[in-house]
Every structure is written in C-alpha cells, then in structure tokens.
Design a protein around this ligand. Structure first.
Ligand SMILES: C[S@@+](CC[C@H](N)C(=O)[O-])C[C@H]1O[C@@H](n2cnc3c(N)ncnc32)[C@H](O)[C@@H]1O
Length: 232
C-alpha cells in the first residue's frame, strides 16, 4: 500500500492512538513534560508529518497481515475503536466490495491514559477527521459508515467480521458490547480483538484462537479470533 495521506491534525491524533509511532525524541519530550503537555502541545508542534505517515502506513500494513486470513471480498465488517482507520482503509483498498461500519468515540480526553478504564471514559478520536482521512485516501463514501458510540444509535446489520484492535477488552470491558454483538453476528461471524485475559473468552465463545501475541509490550496481550457465542 502507498503511504497514507494525513494532514497535521490527523498525524497528531494518530500519535495519541499509537504511541509507538513517537520518535525517540518525542518519547523523551513526553517523559520530561508529561502526558498533558504531550497531548496538547508537543504532539502538535514537534511532529514530522512525513515520518508519521510512513510509519503509520507500515504499522497498519503489518496489522493487515495479522488478520489477512480472516478477510475476503464482499464482507460486511464492523470496526470498534478503529482510531483513524488506517487498517480499515487498507482492507477497503484490497477488497473493494467489502463494506465497513465504524463505531468510535467523538472526543479526545485531556490526559490520555493508556491502561484499562472501567468506566470507558477515555476517547481519542474525532469522527470528522476519521471521515476525511478515509475520503482523502480515495475510498468511496458508499463503502463505509461511521457511528458515534455515545449516541447509541447503532445499525442493526449482521456482520461477518468484527475487528477491534487495542480497543475492546484492551482499554475497556468487552461486556459493554456483549449484547449488541450477540444480536448483530451469527454462528459464522468472527470477532477479533486484543486482550490480556484470553482464557476468560472460553466461557463466552465456543471457539477462541490466538492469532498474535505481543510479548514485548507492557500489557503482554494476545490477539484472539472468536466464534459462536455460548447461548445458555
Ligand atoms: C489505542 S486506540 C486504537 C486505535 C486503532 N484500533 C489502532 O489499532 O490503531 C483505542 C481507540 O478506541 C476508541 N474507543 C474507546 N472507547 C470506545 C468505545 N466504547 N467504542 C468504540 N471505540 C472506543 C478510542 O477513541 C481510540 O480511538
């Protein structure tokens, strides 16, 4: 895939969603000045747009390869917590008949925490930037739709694949989407997400497969592909 086109505001946001994109210099500034100044000032004025766009594109390519075996043409995909959607753009380019529905938050927390949030209060997205980024990268409007999590008017489609990288059950409890996902998937649907408690999902699904492991990060999470909710 060619490098994604981003403007400076998008690059700033991507950096908050994927802190591993920070250069050693930016990481040092973040440690010295703290998360608030990093989110507000440093990520705004000290970024190298070309570098971030190159590295974000590369990172999203590697995420694509981690789920490639689950993808095919003409799927209806739900993406929960896509961030700025680099992975989803890569999917829609490769499979131009596949349609993606996004559910995301439409605000950026003042001081971003990268851990677990029981209340699911943290948000780091701007839905107009998400939409613009997808369009700027030549995806037709008909191929995607975006829903604001806090408005709770989610679509009632059935999805064959649900993707949630480093969002659902990584930053907040899977259970907040449990009933919605039960209703909007069927026994062939696959749900992919990153978690540190993969054993727990054997109680929820009949089928759980680890497709990627992060051994070098603080969270040591696993990416799992799950199928068939256990129905009591
Ligand atoms: C760490 S970022 C990951 C972004 C992207 N999936 C990636 O891999 O680069 C987590 C994302 O989850 C979003 N988020 C938080 N709570 C959410 C919710 N209840 N529903 C959907 N998205 C949510 C945040 O706004 C943020 O964009």
């Amino acid at each position: 895939m060619k490098n994604l086109k981003l403007d400076r505001r998008m690059a700033q946001l991507v950096l908050l969603q994927r802190i591993e994109l920070a250069s050693p210099f930016l990481t040092k500034l973040r440690k010295t000045f703290g998360r608030y100044l990093f989110s507000k000032i440093i990520s705004k004025y000290f970024i190298n747009l070309k570098e971030i766009s190159k590295n974000y594109s590369k990172l999203m390519e590697s995420e694509l390869s981690s789920i490639l075996s689950l993808l095919k043409q003409n799927q209806r995909i739900l993406s929960i917590g896509s961030g700025l959607g680099g992975l989803e753009i890569a999917i829609m380019k490769k499979f131009n008949e596949t349609k993606i529905t996004f559910i995301e938050k439409n605000y950026i927390s003042k001081k971003i925490k990268y851990g677990w949030d029981d209340e699911n209060r943290e948000g780091y997205n701007d839905l107009s930037l998400l939409k613009n980024l997808i369009i700027m990268n030549d995806i037709p409007k008909e191929q995607f739709s975006i829903f604001d999590y806090d408005k709770k008017n989610f679509p009632s489609d059935k999805y064959s694949l649900v993707i949630s990288l480093y969002s659902l059950d990584y930053h907040y409890d899977f259970n907040i989407y449990l009933e919605y996902l039960k209703k909007n998937t069927d026994e062939n649907s696959i749900i992919v997400f990153d978690t540190i408690r993969y054993e727990y999902f054997n109680k929820i699904f009949n089928y759980v497969k680890i497709i990627k492991e992060d051994k070098n990060t603080i969270h040591k999470s696993k990416r799992i592909a799950c199928k068939m909710f256990k129905r009591k």
